[in-house]
Design a protein around this ligand. Sequence first.
Ligand code: SF4
Ligand code: FE
Length: 487
Amino acid sequence: MALMDAKQYEASLRRLKLKVYMFGKRVENPVDDLIIRPSMNAVAVTYECAHRPEYEDLMTATSHLTGKKINRFTHIHQSVQDLVKKTKMGRLLGSLTGCCFQRCVGMDSLNALSMTTYDIDRKYGTGYYQRFLKYLKYVQENDLTCVGAMTDTKGDRSKAPHEQEDPDMFLHVVKERDDGIVVRGAKDHQTGAVNSHEIIVMPTLTMREPDKDFAVSFAIPADTEGITYIMGRQSCDTRKLEKGNMDRGNLRYGGHEALIIFDDVFVPWERVFMYKEWDFSGQLVEQFASYHRQSYACKVGVGDVLIGASQCIAEYNGVQKAAHIRDKIIEMNHLNETLFSSSIACAAEGHKEPSGTYYVNTLLANVCKQNVTRFPFEIARLAQDIAGGLMGTLPSEADFRSAEVGGWLEKYYRGRSGVSTENRMRMLRLIENITMGSAAVGYLTESMHGAGSPQAQRIMISRQVNMEHKKKLAERLCGIRKDDGPT
Ligand code: SF4
Ligand code: FE
């Protein structure tokens, strides 16, 4: 089953025995839960598109381990072209779902681990890389979705992991056994957690030697004993429970995040990819983060939807010819394509690492994500500007369907002739969904904090630009420095 389809994916999730909580109650059947289901639908698109000839080139790849056709989300990048296709795949899926489709974190974890495990072995003579490849083959052959679990809850931010009052603030090893290790802690904001078959755990930050019990990476099945998921809320989430569908904005898709608790979870040795090699924790974090900063091409796809919705609502309102509206749409496109450019650039400037994996240009990946912390907010602001105040004050679908007041809403909320009031309402709800509803967690909050908050990228940018070189360039041109450059 090297390539699952959407139905097989759904069936595979039904076989998992996950312990999920939401609104204080156990969710016995996450797949059919009305709030969770749209997020499952979004991941299912990553499976369905792999079978569509028009998307085959972006959505599938050839495994460097088996030579078989696999879903690109389980692929280890073998060329710059692979990296470029990854960016394009993210945009495509964002545009098809209008939300976070969740599967990238697992892909980015696998690629980062392919490099870090190789490098740890080179330094310490450990056997992580072969273990990892065995695991990778399992993921590829079964076309699994993995959640990449990095972010610890962190407790007191001024203290290192080993200094925390409660050591569980960072996931750590509590016991070493002959057959494996026992870990405890929690990973927060886990995108697509309950839609995943596997959890890949990585450290959350650069560790020092006293933190070595926290420098651990491993993979376990999502329904391993001791794992509990607590679903995160999203703005307007309970609209998914309401009768009708108009007020949801996006009828089919959504994302989700969850807190994952690891309550003394056993991990067999063959699934451990880093164990106390604290000096590689920073590398793994940086490699995962750089890949994930590239992955935010997904926001370009969601931006495509939002720009389309803004143009539609301008037309429905009859203002599409106004010069300022046209200029705002141009600005939205400019910002969106700038995001795309930086994701493509970090891919195109990628290189081969000693393990054979292709890795993005990290400076440009950080520039990409830094842009993502800003531009979607401006695009969202312009979309709300174009949409008008009605987006935020619109009565419910139930009122539109009401025998008593529906007629008034139909009459007073009509826009340009030839456009139904209902279509106008639907488009406004979609803009609301992306800019302030449940999809805004993906389009805005994730843009700000996912793969590291803005300051994390600024630190990386300051470390990676070659300031000495820039200074020399300036000194040379104004006669302070003499060199043998062109005369
Ligand atoms: Fe993928 Fe984007 Fe969701 Fe991150 S926010 S998991 S990059 S779709
Ligand atoms: Fe993310």
